[in-house]
Design a protein around this ligand. Structure first.
Ligand code: CO8
Length: 258
């Protein structure tokens, strides 16, 4: 399918989405968000895909929600459209793992979009921020909630109240990103990580994703129970038999379930 604001391709078992509005530093307008959701859902439904990577350009993952699109909106426009609720919920509904490969700016809605994915890997030139305060608004796609869970209250307050940017090294120290690579190698390194993930059992990957995500939503005892029930259900899969047999037989497992 041809898109106007993103590029998509499948490399091996990895679905790659590249945000592609260079004239606006990949600012998230309604068209881009709609296309992104459609592409993610298509990869989610494609048995050939085991892991998804979303990236931007060298200069910007995404410089925020599209300020030019938002500027003239009234309260009633935003309220009636329930602005950004639909793409937020569609992205949260993707079952396969999604890695954000962030080079350059990930600001405002761009930072929030990266945090909506399962984990963030950054180039050493990455800059994260929630600069909405400078525009007379606050984060609106979960930034105040997710950033606080990633980096803790003190740093999240600092980011949301000053609007300052955090570089890749600080973001790694703070736990916002899992790994940092030289910017020139970022996509190649992320694709290697995504290849490693895509080789695993696809239903078990979804279980692992659901289990980790549940930790954000519930109490420890409910989360542990949820995990245990999923763990038990893994024994209903052929891939559990394959994984454990391969260990006993001292060979590499070949997971087949999609
Ligand atoms: N929206 C629209 N256009 C943008 C955006 C944006 N967020 N960011 C950059 N652009 C455009 C610029 O206007 C410029 O266009 P033009 O050439 O037509 O003037 C082009 O991209 C290049 O940008 P710059 O010339 O500014 O590039 P610089 O290298 O000088 O600066 C920066 C790069 C520092 C990233 C700068 O562009 C900037 O500060 N951008 C805005 C960052 C920002 O404030 N982001 C937060 C936006 S608000 C938001 O995300 C709210 C999310 C929650 C909404 C939820 C609703 C429910």
């Amino acid at each position: 399918m041809a898109y106007a604001t993103i590029l998509t391709e499948i490399r091996g078992a990895v679905g790659l989405v590249t945000l592609n509005r260079p004239q606006a530093l990949n600012a998230l307008n309604a068209e881009l968000l709609g296309e992104l959701c459609t592409a993610l859902e298509a990869f989610d439904a494609d048995e050939a895909v085991g892991c998804i990577v979303v990236t931007g350009s060298a200069k910007a993952f995404a410089a925020g929600a599209d300020i030019k699109e938002m500027a003239p909106q009234s309260y009633m426009d935003m309220f009636k459209a329930d602005f950004f609720a639909e793409p937020h919920d569609r992205i949260c509904g993707i079952k396969k793992p999604i890695i954000a490969a962030v080079s350059g700016y990930a600001l405002g809605g761009g930072c929030e979009l990266a945090m909506l994915f399962d984990f963030i890997i950054a180039g050493d030139n990455a800059k994260f921020g929630q600069p909405e305060i400078n525009l007379g608004v606050i984060p609106g796609i979960g930034g105040s909630q997710r950033l606080t869970r990633f980096v803790g209250k003190s740093k999240a307050m600092d980011m949301c109240l000053t609007g300052r940017m955090m570089d890749a090294a600080e973001a790694e120290r703070a736990g916002l990103v899992s790994r940092v690579f030289p910017a020139a190698d970022l996509l190649a390194e992320v694709m290697k990580i995504a290849d490693t993930i895509a080789e695993k059992s696809h239903p078990i990957l979804s279980m692992a994703k659901q289990a980790v995500n549940r930790s954000y939503e519930t109490t420890l005892s409910e989360g542990v129970l949820f995990e245990r029930r999923l763990f038990h259900s893994a024994f209903a899969t052929e891939d559990q038999k394959e994984g454990m047999s391969a260990f006993v037989e001292k060979r590499k497992p070949v997971f087949k379930q999609r």
